[in-house]
Design a protein around this ligand. Structure first.
Ligand code: SF4
Length: 281
């Protein structure tokens, strides 16, 4: 079956991102994957959820893409790392789905959020979806680790109403140990968003023993405050909801024994951001 035949039949029913999903796009020929990435007319989604209140302002429809270049030790969705674990969806099909929610999203001051995985692994698809959403008058948000921020042009950045930018940790070596990749491209993207005055909400996952060093947090806070476009900071306490996925995928989960941060550590971390003059929660 050709990829486009399978795409036409896909149902975009709401799925939880916590559900393990693998190999949904395995029947799509490699050449179709390559052409999808090149044109952005088709993308790969892990799931599509409605009614989120934690992925940007108001009530959101969220599409979770597959594919990620990071390997965060605490990732709660490791099944999103591989693009072919997602199901193929055309921009036309995804736009049709979004159109159904347009009125409701406007009434609830919400919008559409593209998350992942890392959505900019499929940057052409992402840009086409944002263009379609904005064409319908829908607020758009991109949840990203920022590593591929330079793939999006200045003109395309204007299609994104809000960037939810994840900064994992400040120290370069620690960042490499935690994610497998360099922190510099993320920080460069943050500076570029600031230079272009694009609104940003910073997301910071608080993992005991990995990202809770107050000195490191204070450096992120000072950096974020210096940018001038960071509207708020969300401190996201580590949890174990993704543990079962690591096991079922046969991956070596190094945080097996890790606990969620205590309320004291969460409060201390939020205060570090507030002390720098940011709104933090
Ligand atoms: S960037 Fe997000 S999806 Fe990618 S490995 Fe890290 S936590 Fe997982």
């Amino acid at each position: 079956m050709a990829a486009n035949d399978s795409v036409a039949q896909v149902s975009l029913e709401a799925k939880s991102p916590y559900e393990l999903r693998v190999n949904l796009g395995k029947d799509v020929p490699e050449s179709d994957v390559r052409s999808a990435l090149a044109t952005g007319d088709m993308g790969f989604l892990h799931s599509f959820t409605t009614g989120s209140t934690v992925d940007g302002p108001g009530v959101r429809v969220v599409a979770w893409t597959t594919g990620c270049m990071f390997r965060c030790l605490y990732c709660h969705n490791p099944d999103t790392w591989t693009m072919s674990n997602g199901y193929p969806v055309t921009v036309a099909r995804a736009s049709e789905e979004l159109r159904k929610y347009r009125r409701g999203l406007q009434v609830m001051s919400g919008g559409f959020t593209l998350s992942g995985g890392e959505a900019l692994m499929q940057h052409r698809f992402a840009v086409k979806l944002f263009r379609a959403a904005r064409g319908m008058g829908i607020h758009t948000a991109l949840d990203t680790n920022g590593y591929f921020g330079d793939r999006v042009s200045d003109e395309e950045l204007e299609l994104i109403s809000l960037v939810l930018l994840d900064i994992k940790t400040w120290d370069a070596e620690r960042h490499r140990r935690l994610t497998g990749m360099d922190v510099a491209p993320t920080l460069d993207f943050a500076r570029r968003l600031a230079a272009r005055n694009r609104p940003v909400w910073l997301r910071f996952v608080l993992v005991p023993g990995y990202t809770d060093d107050p000195e490191d947090v204070a450096k992120i806070a000072a950096f974020a405050a210096s940018l001038g476009n960071v509207e708020r900071v969300d401190v996201l306490p580590f949890h174990q909801l993704g543990r079962h996925k690591w096991k079922r995928l046969g991956l070596d989960y190094k945080l097996e024994a890790s606990e969620s941060p205590t309320t004291e550590v969460i409060a201390r971390t939020i205060d570090l951001f507030r002390d720098a003059g940011l709104k933090a929660y």
